[in-house]
Design a protein around this ligand. Structure first.
Ligand code: ADP
Ligand code: MG
Length: 278
């Protein structure tokens, strides 16, 4: 499974006074099994970019292939692609609308042609994955907490059993506890099911904590593509990109230069350090 973008550009409202060049000559390859963070300021093109990955937006120029096939080819099955490449929009909780949680999670898969029995089975499994217990299945989605709503919305995408999961700013506005739980869940999906995860955020700390590879968007261009550790471990890169160095990276620079730690074990060390200091 892999997505490749070659010379992709995207222009909103071309030929009008409102023309916006949202993506400029993007080249990138997303192989199987990676955990990718996409960062960049608001308006840099992150959301536009990810909607190209599952053919919600057609590039103005350039090509996009999935497993070597042009997804805009005449006979290409884009509906099947959208089941394999699941996209969770920002604030997905606003898109819940069915009368019960279970019905909401079944909605998409039913519409994509699954039988009712299959869709229900898939929904039950997906809800279990996001830790929504059966007692909530007949609730109205509107009676859930914010964090539960987000998880139900995520289950609606997981019900497709996607190979690739794209999350657009999933933790925006979340309290620290819900955020930690969602991070743990996404990591589990990545590690246990080998799902490729593409995680969009404008918070460097989040990306540093959770992703292995980072794509930095700036004014419609892909300005950096590389390992997270390398990006944040190299002050020149941080400076060049105008990024703020996450505090964990600064700790590593200042206190533990001799230890090569991964971002993940680093988070644990920092917690211990904090406990020790307090
Ligand atoms: P990000 O997700 O990084 O905030 P977006 O991809 O949403 O960036 O936006 C990239 C650029 O495209 C911005 O200038 C934004 O105003 C513009 N844009 C985004 N969506 C639309 C749209 N539906 N119509 C017109 N312009 C848009
Ligand atoms: Mg966005």
């Amino acid at each position: 499974m892999s997505i490749e973008l070659k010379n992709v550009t995207y222009t909103y409202s071309p030929g009008t006074a409102y023309e916006i060049h949202a993506l400029k000559d993007i080249n990138l390859s997303i192989p199987d099994g990676q955990f990718i963070g996409i960062i960049g300021h608001t308006g840099s093109g992150k959301s536009t970019l990810i909607q190209h990955f599952n053919a919600l937006i057609r590039p103005t120029s350039g090509t996009i292939t999935y497993n070597g096939e042009d997804i805009w080819g005449e006979k290409y099955d884009r509906r099947a692609l959208r089941s394999e490449v699941g996209l969770v929009f920002q604030y997905p909780e606003y898109q819940l609308f069915e009368s019960t949680v279970l019905a909401d999670v079944m909605y998409g898969t039913l519409n994509s042609g699954m039988s009712k029995a299959e869709a229900e089975q898939a929904a039950r499994e997906a809800l279990a994955l996001v830790n929504i217990s059966e007692e909530y299945f007949e609730y109205s989605p509107f009676d859930l907490s914010g964090g539960q709503k987000k998880r139900v919305a995520l289950a609606g995408i997981l019900a497709y059993k996607p190979e690739i999961l794209i999350l657009d700013e999933p933790v925006a506005g979340m309290d620290p506890k819900s955020k930690r739980e969602l991070f743990a869940l996404i990591r589990r999906l990545h590690e246990e099911r080998n799902i490729t995860v593409i995680f969009v955020s404008h918070d460097m700390k989040d990306v540093y904590e959770i992703a292995d590879r980072i794509l930095v968007m700036g004014q419609g261009k892909l300005v950096y593509d590389g390992a997270v550790d390398q990006a944040f471990g190299t002050p020149e890169i941080v400076e060049k990109l105008g990024l703020e160095m996450p505090e964990m990276a600064m700790f590593r620079e200042a206190l533990l230069p001799e230890i090569r730690l991964t971002a993940r074990s680093m988070a644990g060390v920092i917690d211990e350090l904090r406990d020790y200091i307090q």
